[in-house]
Design a protein around this ligand. Structure first.
Ligand SMILES: [Zn+2]
Length: 439
């Protein structure tokens, strides 16, 4: 198993009809489990007269009402737990910005599956026992740090449980400990590469990094190229959310053509965000997941608000599990600026096109009078700053023009000095909306 191409060849290459058969069987059992053990789901089903035995096919799936984030918040902390209280062995929670946090409650079985899926995910990206994995996701309630820790432990790789913060110490340790895999958020990877530059560490010369496994926030293709170049590694995307287990729901394989969703434990659907209607493969919409194996805090048809596409086409890596396209935005991230829909990822797309600019940016919205103000703060790279030929006015104009082409809006541009914009250890803050309460 250790030297093969797959962590679990039988499951990862299971013919699609076998996967579907397994999913349907598990779905029926899971619906029954939820109805029997979760007060929340029993009420939900009873309200519309739905019985577990009504779910007999994949078409029946749509009879099950969606579960949403608000359900978890309203039933905080244990209202949606289905397992007996003494069977819950671990708690995690997501960093909610307002109100109650989203709590994940795990049974021993949930933990075993999570560890298995994280091992499978790291292995899929090429992680092996001889690797040294630097985990710079936060350790704590956030699922990132521990998720990677458990998975790397199962593989038998050497773990550097770094967590966030202390970037200078991080880059020194990456160098001294011969780290080969970096696991963190894409924005923290950028932060680390900037720190390396300041510390005189050249990844190509001084580090043994081979790959990076990045997730927990949407990032663009352009951001990925910058990270791969700056850190001299191959980047892999990983996806998950606390409501489902944490990271390890899906991961990119070396083909880099989407993320394989581990369908032996999850059913993935794409829906129209507005109507809730399921969409066919290849169409862009919102990801919805049903966790097939969870016993602690199970969720059926959970709406993620993450925008993606699904394909069941064969992948050259041999894995048969369906792929989701990398998530580039969330439908609840969408900004409405002067009546126009804008995604932060559109601004990121523009920023990344300018080699003069660092990857950090901040969108500031306000409404001092009747109209929204739309300011985009960008930042020069150290190199650009030193260039005597730099024409700031022209650069500003060019950025403004590209944003106008992309969004149809005229933004005010502010160019900051290198490292002037705030950095974070975890998920990057890209939007500062001061309009709240001024509607
Ligand atoms: Zn593949």
């Amino acid at each position: 198993m250790v030297d093969g191409k797959y962590w679990n060849e039988k499951i990862e290459t299971l013919p699609r009809e076998e996967i579907r058969k397994l999913q349907l069987q598990k779905l029926k059992e899971q619906v029954k489990y939820c109805y029997t053990n979760s007060v929340f789901y029993r009420k939900k089903f009873d309200r519309i007269g739905l019985k577990p035995e009504d779910i007999q096919s994949f078409d029946d799936l749509r009879k099950i009402p969606f579960t949403v984030k608000a359900d978890l918040k309203e039933n905080y902390p244990y209202g949606m737990v289905a397992a007996p209280s003494d069977e819950i062995v671990e708690i995690h929670a997501s960093s909610g910005t307002t109100g109650n946090q989203i709590v994940g409650a795990y049974t021993k079985n949930d933990m075993d599956i999570w560890q298995e899926l994280m091992a499978r995910s790291i292995y899929t990206t090429g992680g092996r026992p001889q690797d040294i994995i630097h985990i710079a996701y936060g350790y704590g309630l956030f699922t990132g740090g521990f998720g990677f820790h458990y998975g790397a432990q199962k593989i038998g790789a050497r773990i550097v449980p770094m967590s966030g913060g202390m970037t200078q110490r991080q880059v020194k340790l990456m160098k001294d400990l011969d780290v080969t895999i970096l696991a963190c958020t894409p924005s923290f990877a950028v932060y680390l590469s900037e720190t390396m530059l300041q510390e005189g560490i050249a990844p190509q010369r001084d580090l043994k990094l081979k790959r990076g496994i990045f997730g927990a926030e949407p990032w663009s293709q352009q951001m990925r190229q910058r990270i791969e170049k700056d850190l001299n590694l191959e980047a892999f995307d990983i996806y998950g959310l606390t409501e489902l287990c944490g990271p390890g729901v899906s991961v990119e394989c070396p083909e880099h053509n989407g993320l394989h969703v581990w369908e032996d434990h999850f059913i993935v659907e794409i829906i129209d965000s507005n109507t809730g209607e399921p969409l066919p493969d290849g169409q862009e919409g919102e990801l919805v997941f049903t966790a097939l194996s969870k016993t602690g805090l199970p969720v059926l048809r959970y709406r993620t608000f993450d925008i993606s596409k699904i394909t069941q086409e064969k992948c050259a890596c041999g894995r048969t599990h369906a792929r989701m396209l990398r998530v580039t935005g969330r439908s609840d991230d969408m900004l409405i600026i002067r009546g126009v829909n804008v995604f932060p990822s559109q601004i990121e797309f523009v920023v990344m096109q300018f080699p003069e600019l660092a990857t950090q940016y901040l969108i500031v919205l306000d409404r001092p009078g009747a109209l929204d103000t739309f300011l985009v703060k960008v930042e020069l790279t150290e190199q650009t700053q030193k260039n005597p030929q730099l024409d700031l006015k022209q650069l500003k104009q060019n950025i403004q023009q590209r944003i106008h082409i992309t969004t149809g809006l005229t933004a005010e541009i502010e160019i900051a000095k290198p490292n002037e914009l705030p950095r974070t250890d975890g998920k990057a803050k890209r939007v500062l909306d001061l309009r709240k309460g001024k509607m």
